[in-house]
Design a protein around this ligand. Structure first.
Ligand code: GLC
Ligand code: CA
Length: 539
């Protein structure tokens, strides 16, 4: 969230120059890519997802030149830049919408958006922001009609049935490709087309458009990542990963199952969810989010079963008090009561499961949140860099800050910040740095295949990641196997793992190099509460 990351010019708002200043930190931390939430001009009624100009930078954040500089500097650090691309809607203040509401019905200008004479259309499409809106339609007095908005009433849905809309948005994509961006996170991608008697999610027309988008992107001749945000069960998000469609999609069902596993100390449902995703789309194309700038989305029983939601709410009773729209509006660390053990366990899984692990800024510190702020702002407060006022985020006086820095007991920025944690060898931040460094050195974790292994304990998840001999960038890599075991329960677990297929091979813990007994078909191991290991198998 550029506005909350680092403020370089002291006006209280994070900016692109601030991100440039922090690139050495991000490089040290060990990430590969930055996803920027929408940096475009916007009245900010929805955190910048309500856009008035798709091909410019919000003046608070800097200029297009600053953006190009950020891109160059990030590339020089080996970090790629992924832009949020909001295809589904604009702001009501976008010139397209202003033009549409004055244009005569039936004209191409008017048809940039979806209009009706009454608000009865698409009745099976759920209201997504149900704590803010009661209908997907809003009356426009200028147009004398209702317009469709799947999100806030300030965000009219573009009408993809109009070919001019498709071309206009593809030109936006061309524009950012020309700037040199490395990928797009496709916001709210299921909702592009509508049809009666459906939830208006992932319709065949939407997939056909995405295939055209893919060809357009492929035509630029560079590797550009297309990542879908589709908060849907795997059976519905897998189609976005057809070979001629998108490269990656978030697995939000997994996020819910990870929390449920920790909540009830069992991993059978989690294993089922993981193996199902691999059956649908094998390999590493699922993006794995633990938290992000939205609420922890659990849904209405469509994304995951109601029993999974109940398990989470029983394990994290506070979730009920912080329920917003369709999920829990809290950051990771406070949701876990500040306990670092489930925190490292969950990230340890994220960093070793097949897929693209996603780390939300501040979660590497166990940063807190600010319940009670408007909408999802609770989770979007300024990054804590130092013990200085405002956590070193900005030199502006407090009232000018975009959002308040965290001062809640246990999470105060004078304690929980980058400067302090870099100095403490046992800190969460140094743990992430070490894990990400290890992951970088273990190609099996980054692009290996996965086999799920038997564990004799209901709370222990066990799997092996394997990659054959390969070329990793410029360096040849020998074949590699890493076995992972993770105890999702709050009690220690002594268990037997089925490692017969590596009979007699060396087993070394990758993080500390500690030698374990050679692999066998009845291999005993003790995992402390929330404990986990990554073992390198063989030489
Ligand atoms: C996505 C974004 C969210 C935004 C919504 C509407 O879900 O992650 O922050 O409010 O789309 O654009
Ligand atoms: Ca600023």
């Amino acid at each position: 969230m550029p506005r909350s990351f680092a403020d370089a010019n002291g006006d209280g708002i994070g900016d692109l120059a601030g991100i440039i200043d922090k690139l050495p930190y991000l490089e040290w931390l060990g990430i590969d890519a930055i996803w920027l939430t929408p940096p475009y001009p916007s009245p900010l009624r929805d955190g910048g997802y309500d856009i008035t100009d798709f091909t410019a930078i919000h003046p608070d954040l800097g200029s297009l030149d600053d953006f190009r500089l950020l891109l160059d500097r990030a590339h020089a650090c080996g970090i790629r830049l992924i832009l949020d691309l909001v295809l589904n809607h604009t702001s009501v203040l976008h010139p397209w919408f202003q033009r549409a509401r004055w244009a005569a019905p039936g004209t191409p200008e008017r048809e940039f958006f979806v209009w009706r004479d009454d608000e009865r259309g698409y009745a099976d499409a759920p209201v997504l922001f149900r704590h803010f809106e009661s209908s997907n339609w809003e009356w426009d007095p200028m147009a004398g009609q209702y317009y469709l908005h799947r999100f806030l009433r300030h965000q009219p849905d573009l009408n993809y049935a109009n070919p001019a809309v498709e071309e206009a948005m593809l030109q936006v994509v061309d524009f950012w490709l020309e700037q040199g961006v490395d990928g797009f996170r496709l916001d709210a991608v299921p909702f592009l087309f509508e049809a009666e008697h459906s939830r208006c999610e992932g319709l065949p027309e939407t997939h056909a458009f995405l295939r055209r988008l893919r060809s357009r992107v492929d035509a630029c001749g560079r590797d550009v990542l297309l990542l879908a945000e589709a908060i849907q069960p795997v059976r519905e998000s897998a189609p976005y990963l057809a070979d001629d469609e998108l490269h990656a999609a978030f697995d939000f069902a997994l996020t819910a199952h990870l929390f449920a596993a920790v909540a009830h100390g069992r991993c059978d449902d989690l294993l089922h969810c993981l193996s199902h995703a691999q059956e649908m789309v094998p390999g590493c194309r699922w993006a794995l989010p633990l938290r992000n700038h939205d609420e922890l989305w659990l849904g209405d029983g469509h994304l995951v079963e109601q029993s999974v939601i109940e398990a989470i709410l029983n394990g994290f009773p506070e979730g009920r008090d912080h329920w917003l729209n369709w999920g829990i509006n809290r950051r990771l660390a406070p949701l876990l009561n500040g306990d670092p053990r489930p925190n490292t366990l969950l990230h340890g899984l994220l960093y070793s499961l097949p897929g693209l692990p996603c780390l939300y800024y501040g979660d590497e510190l166990g940063m807190g949140d600010w319940p009670g702020l408007r909408d999802r702002d609770a989770n979007r407060t300024p990054m804590a860099w130092t013990r200085a006022p405002n956590g070193g985020f900005s030199t502006a006086p407090d009232p000018l800050l975009v959002l308040p820095p965290i001062t809640a007991p246990g999470f105060d920025y004078r304690m929980v910040n980058v400067e302090v944690q870099q100095q403490l060898s046992g800190s969460l931040l140094n743990w992430h740095h070490r894990m990400l460094t290890s992951r970088r050195l273990l190609p099996a974790l980054r692009h290996g295949d996965v086999v799920w292994l038997e564990s004799g304990h209901p709370g222990v998840l066990c799997y092996a990641r394997h990659c054959p001999e390969c070329q990793d960038g410029d360096a040849p890599q020998p074949s590699m196997t890493v076995v992972v075991a993770a105890n999702v329960s709050s009690a220690g677990a002594s268990t037997q793992l089925e490692l017969g297929r590596w009979q007699g091979s060396r087993m070394r813990d990758t993080l500390w190099g500690c030698e374990f007994p050679a692999a066998s078909d009845a291999w005993f191991v003790y995992l402390p509460a929330y404990g986990f290991f990554w073992w390198l198998v063989g030489e």
